[in-house]
Design a protein around this ligand. Sequence first.
Ligand SMILES: Cc1cc2nc3c(=O)[nH]c(=O)nc-3n(C[C@H](O)[C@H](O)[C@H](O)COP(=O)(O)OP(=O)(O)OC[C@H]3O[C@@H](n4cnc5c(N)ncnc54)[C@H](O)[C@@H]3O)c2cc1C
Length: 426
Amino acid sequence: MAPHPQHVVVVGAGMVGLSTAWFLQEHGVKVTVVDRDDVAAGSSWGNAGWLAPALTLPLPEPAILKTGILATLKPDSPVYVPFRADPRLVQFLLGFARHCTEGHWNKAIEVFNRANAGALAAYDDLTEHAGDGRVEEPTLDAEPFLAAFVSETDREVLVEEFRHVARTGALTDFELLDAEQLHSLEPSLGASVTYGARLHGQRYLNPGRFVHALAEAVRARGGEVLAGHQVEHVSQRGQRVLVAGTNGDSVIADAVVLANGSWIGRLARPHGVRKVVQAGRGYSFTVHPEHVPTGPVYFPAQRVACTPLGKPEEGLRVAGMMEFRSPDDPLDQRRITAIVDAATPMFRGVDWSQRHDEWVGSRPCTTDGLPLVGATRSDRVFVAGGHGMWGIALGPLTGKLLAGRIAGAGAPGDTDLLAAFDPLRS
Ligand SMILES: Cc1cc2nc3c(=O)[nH]c(=O)nc-3n(C[C@H](O)[C@H](O)[C@H](O)COP(=O)(O)OP(=O)(O)OC[C@H]3O[C@@H](n4cnc5c(N)ncnc54)[C@H](O)[C@@H]3O)c2cc1C
């Protein structure tokens, strides 16, 4: 293994890249974070911000195949695959389908159980750090965290998922609610929403604000965070790496971490990373209900996630959709309309026409649902990404694990997780 690097470049200023930079600083490493755009310009901005171990589960699951491949070709379907001949998309979909089996799902859940056990503690490292460089934006206890349904059958699907996870060794702390309990906890729910579940021990945050505070913390400890710096390729040069920018603005360092979200494949492939990272695009917007929920509200059957953004006047973020297409395609208004249509009957007192901050972002999805974290064929080129639906919840844990690995100071328990996240797996 290469000696402990003194200076590391991190490509990508999202939750994953900045967390890795912060934890590298804990080991005394100098960091330069570069982003082609700016801090939180990728999917780390408009997401739902849930730090919800109860729901942090791998995406490829048997139920997705049961919903039917044909349904995914309809633009208003919550999982949408546009029909086009893109060989890498086909390769992704075939690999994804192969992992939608009970056996693969169980194995991946067991890995997630281990990751979830350390995910919130890694956040506490960031926000409770003594001295310079603490992240000055809190994570919030989700009180309450509600899942809401129009039928008992819909609720049973989630409850069965919790039972399934319990069989793999992780207990979910939740209670069932009747219509009266549900509406007294959350008066903005629509009349047809009559079955509920309340999850305990979950948190949430305002993701854009948190990632900006994290960038400030990295800077406060002497790190550089450079906007407008698009990386074209990275290559090992003897004991060092060259991180070449499109504008000829190259940086030379001891090691590099590729943390550029859904765009990671192009930079990582030359270093032996064969797993396809496909953008699973999601959409969100903000509304101002007469009563803004005090915690996250989840409508699993509609695949819609809602999160209060802070003070009541900041409103409620409404998010959803999983659209497998290029991360650089423009926002498709039909997908926003589909979320509005799905969410409208679930609330009262919302003027949906007054929505703002319409946004699309790309979840970096892998075929087996597990992230890619660790060294590539080069022991100076590392990868941190591919977290799919859960890069906010797992970003700080990823940074902690990878920084320990790079600095040669990982905890003994880290090895198993890093083995499961090996970027060179097929
Ligand atoms: C609608 C929606 C809801 C979600 N809700 C949740 C949730 O509740 N909880 C949760 O845990 N996760 C959630 N996610 C997933 C989460 O947003 C992602 O997993 C996470 O943000 C990924 O972070 P990242 O740092 O890997 O990538 P990104 O945040 O996408 O950052 C990558 C960065 O790399 C930069 N970049 C790209 N290419 C280059 C290059 N060549 N050179 C330099 N810079 C480059 C980009 O500009 C970008 O800033 C949600 C996602 C969506 C879309």
